[in-house]
Design a protein. Structure first.
Length: 77
């Protein structure tokens, strides 16, 4: 990936932020894709933060949870 330089653009998410996140994930992207992602970043970030902003669900067990105990059903009878 090209060197990352700060262009000072901070509308939504900066291109630098997007480039750093893509580089960390090992994902290639064109400059056009980076521009689109940077423009959409603020909305996506707000949506993601809203998932964790439900106080009522703070201590509720998730719907999908692995339980190690098993129940053996006798299929022979």
């Amino acid at each position: 990936m090209d060197s990352i330089e700060n262009t000072g653009e901070v509308v939504g998410g900066s291109r630098v932020d997007v480039k750093v996140m893509l580089a960390a994930a090992g994902l290639p992207a064109s400059e056009e894709e980076i521009a689109i992602l940077a423009g959409e970043y603020a909305g996506q970030r707000a949506s993601t933060d809203a998932l964790y902003d439900v106080a009522e669900a703070r201590y509720v067990d998730p719907a999908l949870r692995f339980r190690a105990d098993t129940r053996v059903a006798d299929w022979a009878s």
